[in-house]
Design a binder for this molecule. Structure first.
Ligand SMILES: [Zn+2]
Ligand SMILES: [Zn+2]
Length: 360
């Protein structure tokens, strides 16, 4: 019997074949590649995109900025605006430079816990504008100080902050942006010197993308003795038992001019303050803090202070950069340029000069 002929009209239709639904991979930002992230707060003076160039030239691979003047209320209805073209240019350049995470620090005048009605309404509006601007810039995190109750009970201040956050977040397209509440130095009536207070706020706002930013100078000001290994362990334990370490995304790395337990917030260069360089070596290399972005908020007293602080942090994680900090090739690696060139069989300019001299 002849085998039945397959009709040529019954063409193979690929779409008939069963295909499982494509698994959508979670979209992780490019900077979450497991590499160490060290950044610094940089100025947006002149042009916001220049902050990216500054961070890159300092050998930082992450940065923090203000998205507007931090000690002034933005005026008029344009408070939430970042010019579209400017924001696009900023986002494009950031991708080119491989900088991340991008942290925006909120305005200092905002106080969501203010018992004064006018100030509270203004704060909620300004916080909303911060969120809109940060999202427009493609920021990963907006760091905010929780607020000051000015004599109100702690529980009322916490409730006011949570309510203020909900109002400010209304209608915002977060687009991957997360709000980080920062622990405070415990000055005056500020909320958030204890992580239990931050936890209460987080618990009251389950529908808002929230997390925590830990500032080392503030930990110290509150009485965590970071100079000793046990002091750091104690601080980490308090975090773990309250907000949980998994909700810590950024560490503000600052030494302190003020004494331990002073409840005074005065930042100092890494290794030049009361906390000391060994404490920072422990913090940057602590396994429980792996994967966090370490961002400096140190002063610039002399030209080059910013570069020195960034380079010191890299050294503390075992990466030495040249003093000039040329990052034209992208990002610093553990292997020195000279060794890399040797491995490739090439020469660095220094070796070429030497070779030339030998020929003579
Ligand atoms: Zn800070
Ligand atoms: Zn501070």
């Amino acid at each position: 019997m002849e085998e039945p002929q397959h009709s040529s009209t019954q063409a193979y239709v690929p779409s008939d074949e069963y295909r499982p639904e494509p698994v959508t991979k979670p979209l992780l930002p490019a900077w979450m590649d497991g590499s160490i992230r060290i950044g610094i707060h940089t100025s947006i003076a002149g042009d916001i995109t220049s902050s990216l160039e500054i961070a890159h030239s300092l050998c930082a691979n992450a940065l923090q900025i203000f998205s507007a003047s931090p000690r002034m209320w933005s005026r008029g209805p344009s408070g939430s605006n970042v010019a579209d073209a400017g924001a696009q240019r900023f986002r494009d350049r950031r991708v080119e430079l491989g900088l991340g995470p991008l942290v925006v620090h909120g305005n200092y005048l905002i106080n969501l816990a203010s018992p004064e009605r006018v100030l509270r309404v203004r704060s909620i509006q300004a916080f909303h504008d911060e969120l809109v601007r940060a999202a427009a810039l493609g920021a990963d995190f907006l760091v905010a100080h929780p607020g000051c109750g000015k004599g109100a009970r702690m529980s009322s201040a916490i409730a006011a902050i949570a309510d203020g956050l909900k109002q400010a977040a209304r209608g915002v397209n977060f687009n991957g942006l997360r709000i980080l509440l920062e622990n405070t130095a415990g000055q005056g009536t500020s909320v958030g010197s204890r992580f239990a207070e931050l936890q209460s706020i987080l618990d009251l706002c389950p529908d808002i993308p929230l997390g925590v930013c830990v500032d080392t100078a503030h930990l110290f000001a509150v009485g965590h003795d970071l100079c000793r290994p046990a002091g750091l362990e104690g601080a980490l334990k308090e975090i773990e038992q309250t907000v949980g370490l998994e909700r810590v995304f950024v560490v503000h790395v600052n030494d302190s001019k003020a004494a331990m337990g002073s409840r005074v917030d005065r930042h100092e260069h890494i290794g030049k303050g009361k906390i000391g360089v060994e404490a920072f070596r422990r913090i940057l290399n602590h396994p429980l803090l792996a994967g966090r972005a370490f961002i400096l908020e140190t002063p610039i007293d002399r030209p080059g202070d910013d570069r020195r602080n960034v380079h010191l942090l890299w050294r503390l994680v075992g990466i030495t950069l040249k003093r000039t900090g040329n990052v034209a090739d992208g990002f610093p690696v553990r292997r020195s340029k000279r060794k890399a060139a040797k491995k490739r069989g090439g020469t660095t300019s220094a070796r070429r000069v030497k070779a030339k001299r030998h020929k003579r």
